[in-house]
Write a protein that binds this ligand. Structure first.
Ligand code: ATP
Length: 287
């Protein structure tokens, strides 16, 4: 096999809590991660020249070692002393810097792809151990599905699939870096509401969609919505048009709404597109 084409799937956070800052500067988190059917396309081809060559449809993304796919490929090439090179063509659809782990998922696809085309025979667990060196969310993106993520996001417990539901994604035209999200999070403020992650995990284990939805929460929301009220407007629009619940994903600004029927979701998607509150809108479902 000389080339492979993979889907790098996006994630949403059904629940996101931050417990505190560790001595090494990283934050201790507890998150319920869910893969959705929105993806970038990652094509990887063996080349005779020894270089890693990255191409993408988004002119503003780096194509050198600052691109996470480059880092993943380099790590594998160095460890396994691979003489040949790779040409990676990255077609981005997942909004960038949006709280949907786009870059991390691309990197996960690079690990999986390099393993396959060079016949390295690494297991999923082997890949996940290496993936954390590229980013805290990359091991989860290798694993996919529904999971509880703890530590800095790398300690994963697989959960059963959530009951079938539909996910409307809307990204407003603002950008929020993870750094900004942490700067606006005041963990010592007693008013901070920590979502009930344990309750959500139990609900998912019991296949209880209502229980899961009632526990959705993101500790970053108040700080970011304070700065960007459009996030609240998108949430309200989704909830006024049939979403069982709408919430910001990760460090934002992307909002997703959970629907129990595709039809209701499509109707809400049409209203959201018309409203122009969101720059990009995707109507999709859980993986
Ligand atoms: P997360 O949900 O993990 O916080 P995110 O959605 O906030 O991720 P990404 O889209 O993964 O953020 O990427 C954010 C930054 O990483 C961008 O500013 C970009 O320059 C850099 N980057 C590196 N590699 C990639 C890639 N393959 N795709 C997108 N961004 C990348």
């Amino acid at each position: 096999m000389d080339e492979i084409s993979l889907k790098a799937l996006a994630k949403i956070n059904l629940g996101l809590d931050v417990l505190g800052k560790r001595e090494d500067g990283y934050h201790e988190v507890r998150m319920v991660m869910q893969t959705i059917h929105l993806y970038d396309r990652v094509e990887i081809k063996k080349t005779r020249s020894p270089h890693i060559h990255v191409e993408t449809n988004l002119y503003y993304l780096p194509v050198n070692e600052d691109n996470l796919v480059y880092r993943a490929a380099k790590l594998m090439k160095d460890e396994f002393q691979i003489k040949e090179g790779v040409r990676i063509v990255l077609q981005k659809f997942i909004p960038v810097a949006a709280g949907m782990a786009g870059g991390s998922s691309d990197a996960a696809a690079a690990f999986v792809g390099v393993n396959r085309i060079f016949g390295l025979g690494l297991s999923e667990e082997d890949l996940m151990k290496r993936a954390v060196k590229v980013g805290a969310d990359v091991p989860y993106c290798v694993m996919r599905g529904t999971a509880l993520a703890e530590g800095i996001g790398e300690k994963l417990t697989r959960l059963p699939r959530v009951p079938q539901c539909y996910v409307l994604v809307g990204k407003p035209g603002v950008n929020v870096s993870t750094k900004t999200a942490y700067e606006n999070l005041k963990l010592d403020d007693p008013a901070v509401v920590h979502p009930d992650i344990d309750g959500m995990v139990t609900a998912i284990r019991e296949g209880d969609l209502d229980g899961m939805i009632s526990r959705m929460g993101n500790v970053f929301e108040p700080g970011i919505i304070g700065k960007y009220p459009v996030i609240q407007e998108i949430k309200d629009l989704m909830e006024n048009h049939g979403a069982r619940k709408a919430m910001m994903s990760g460090s934002g600004p992307t909002v997703f709404g959970i629907f129990d029927s595709r039809e209701k979701m499509e109707q809400a998607a049409a209203v959201l597109r018309e409203s122009k509150l969101a720059k990009t809108v995707f109507a999709t479902e859980v993986f």
